[in-house]
Write a protein that binds this ligand. Structure first.
Ligand code: URA
Length: 239
């Protein structure tokens, strides 16, 4: 149960004073009945948007919330980095949500593909924890043809990236054409895929992530589009 005014303020509908005014104005309806008391206790569960409306619209999904986005090229994943961010693709109100939404790992500005965004701290940590060992698959387009020895080197678990001390964990390279390949990695080091190809004298000209664990980017999700991740999809990440 949560206090209605605190719940709505934490979902970004306004300050406690503003949401109290919304309630007093008869704009908040639970199970068909207009709520008048902003201090009322509300049962918060995943079905809340089917039960609670604000000005006639279903309330936003409460925490814990995880989104699946097809990150487009040209947007950044960090609140702090300059430029348009993935958060600007979500409803404006969501930037005021508490707990805040954040991406699970990051994709570079010039990388597209499957991005998870969540306000669920334990879930985020489970996905990024080295102990979960979750595979991430990238489709890379290269400047030059593969030479043939790259897959063996990446799989060996001995490659040390420039400026680093520890070798990378084994990674799987599957060429899909002379200048295209899928690369599956379990770590998430800074610019890892681009730096791996740089280490073999190549250069990534386009990069797209199409899979995290057992979860694939849905083919019908256009760049810039997103939706709520279902519990089955959440579980698929760990399979
Ligand atoms: N590796 C990269 O180089 N960039 C990404 O965005 C993700 C992995």
């Amino acid at each position: 149960m949560a206090r209605l005014d605190r719940l709505l303020a934490n979902l970004g509908y306004g300050s406690r004073r503003e949401v109290t005014a919304l309630v007093a104005g008869g704009r908040v309806v639970l199970d068909g009945a207009t709520l008048k008391d902003a201090g009322a206790k509300i049962p918060v569960a995943a079905d809340l948007p089917r039960r609670l409306t604000i000005a006639g619209q279903p309330v936003d999904p409460p925490a814990p919330l995880t989104l699946l986005m097809h990150k487009p090229l040209g947007v950044v994943c960090s609140h702090r980095e300059a430029g348009r961010s993935v958060y600007e693709l979500l409803p404006a109100r969501w930037r005021a949500r508490i707990p805040a939404l954040s991406s699970i790992g990051r994709l570079d500005k010039e990388t597209s593909g499957l991005l998870l965004i969540t306000d669920d701290g334990p879930f985020l940590h489970r996905v990024i924890s080295p102990r979960s060992n979750i595979a991430k698959r990238y489709q890379a387009t290269l400047d030059r043809s593969l030479e043939g020895h790259e897959a063996e080197l990446f799989a060996a678990g001995t490659l040390v990236l420039e400026g680093e001390k520890d070798p990378l964990a084994p990674a799987i390279l599957e060429p899909t054409g002379p200048r295209t390949a899928n690369l599956t990695i379990t770590e998430g080091r800074y610019h890892q895929v681009r730096r791996m190809f740089a280490a073999v004298g190549n250069h990534v000209t386009a990069l797209h992530r199409d899979r995290i664990g057992g979860l694939s980017l849905p083919a019908d999700l256009e760049p810039g589009a997103w939706r709520v991740l279902s519990t089955d999809e959440q579980a698929a990440i760990f399979t």
